[in-house]
Design a protein around this ligand. Structure first.
Ligand SMILES: Nc1nc2c(ncn2[C@@H]2O[C@H](COP(=O)(O)OP(=O)(O)OP(=O)(O)O)[C@@H](O)[C@H]2O)c(=O)[nH]1
Ligand SMILES: [Mg+2]
Length: 369
């Protein structure tokens, strides 16, 4: 089937490359608006390692030397498209200790992530997770919209059969217990993860995607782009973390996702080795790359803005009209830009409205000053 050019687009006189998601500054007001991901789990379950591998490019082997975290650690993820805050509660600290102000933490929390070490005894971890979920959701009723994410972690050391058995027993037990505790309505998702493969990036992508309200629109845009350009699969990647913030509606196959992650690594490496001028990275919002594979497929990477890139996989016989792909990409890019600009404007408007309804000081006190 020959591709069809997409219609649409708009004119903008603003800088198309500097939109992003979430507030950038560290002012009190913006910090409270920034989504929070709370990470919990028993000691040595892998919480710090996950953060380091996904957001700080640490190699998995280096995490062997990570020291145990001794206090609550808050970190901002800022050099990526989505700005958010991670809060790690070390295994020995009870996040619901009234002295720690749990209400403040959980009211602004986008996702609560609980890490279970699948290579260790899971019973106790499971019990703790159930207690935490029922407290955050039910007993305290801080935030009914909070999303709970269970990472069944370190599955690299397990056989396929043990992995499935562990998942099944955790799933069933947790479901029954939460129902009994009246927290059956909690939104809980499970992920099998390991820092030694791409599963941790895939799982974190799914966690972060739930923080993006524009996700359905982005998926639609990707579907339309794929249809018009004869593309098999597309991902919208955050380049620095390799988290994909959206993909089209076809199912994600791990091998394709890994291929696309490798494409990003190759492109970044080649650009920084051969393209860098005076130490300045040349990879910018107009960069693009394509790689032909032996499997009669081709990979395309096109930068959408300074953080985001579209990575697509196409069958070689469909790469007949690269101009069409470029044209459709241009339309897609302005679509994405428009989606985020509209929501940024809405957020700004909300902020302005809030400041407008601030009570003015009474006349009499003005006079006395
Ligand atoms: N095999 C395997 N080991 C892992 C994985 N993730 C983390 N580890 C190891 O688990 C150990 C503990 O990791 P940490 O990240 O320090 O654990 P933590 O949950 O932050 O622990 P505390 O800070 O004490 O609460 C380290 O030696 C890591 O190398 C994984 O996916 N697979
Ligand atoms: Mg830690």
């Amino acid at each position: 089937m020959a591709g069809i050019p997409l219609t649409g687009g708009f004119n903008s006189d603003e800088d198309e490359n500097c939109y992003d998601y979430g507030p950038e500054s560290d002012s009190e007001e913006e910090l409270t608006r920034r989504p929070k991901i709370v990470i919990m789990g028993q000691r040595r379950s892998g919480k710090t390692s996950i953060k380091k591998v996904v957001f700080q490019k640490m190699s998995p082997n280096e995490t062997l030397f990570c020291e145990s975290t001794s206090r609550i650690t808050s970190e901002s993820v800022r050099n990526s498209f989505i700005k958010f805050e991670t809060i790690e509660f070390p295994g020995q600290i009870d996040p619901f200790d009234p002295a720690l102000g749990p209400k403040k933490v959980f009211t602004n929390c986008g996702a609560m992530l609980y890490v279970i070490d699948a290579q260790d005894e899971v019973e106790e971890a499971m019990r703790t997770m159930i207690t935490y979920i029922s407290r955050a959701y039910g007993a305290y009723g801080f935030n009914k919209e909070i999303r709970f994410e269970c990472f069944i972690h370190k599955v690299d050391g397990l056989s396929e059969e043990t992995k499935m058995d562990t998942f099944r027993s955790i799933f069933q037990h947790v479901k029954d217990e939460l129902d009994d505790l009246g927290a059956g309505g909690a939104k809980l998702a499970y992920h099998m993860t390991s820092i030694y493969d791409h599963s941790i990036f895939d799982a974190f992508s799914k966690v972060v995607q739930k923080l993006i309200v524009q996700l359905p629109t982005l998926e639609k845009l990707l579907d339309i782009f794929n249809q018009g350009s004869n593309v098999e699969k597309s991902f919208l990647f955050d380049m620095s973390s390799k988290i994909f913030i959206a993909t089209d509606s076809t199912p994600v196959d791990m091998a394709t996702y890994e291929l696309c992650c490798d494409m990003i690594d190759v492109t970044l490496d080649i650009s920084s080795i051969y393209g860098s001028k005076d130490g300045q990275p040349v990879f910018d919002s107009n960069s693009s790359a394509s790689i032909s594979l032996r499997t009669n497929q081709a990979l395309f990477l096109r930068q959408v803005n300074k953080y985001l890139a579209l990575v697509s996989i196409v069958r070689s016989e469909n790469v007949e009209k690269p101009g069409l792909m470029d044209y459709n990409f241009g339309i897609f890019k302005s679509g994405v830009e428009r989606v985020f600009r509209v929501s940024n404007r809405k957020a700004l408007q909300k902020q302005k409205d809030r400041s407008l309804v601030m009570p003015t000081p009474p006349q009499s006190s003005d006079a006395s000053n």
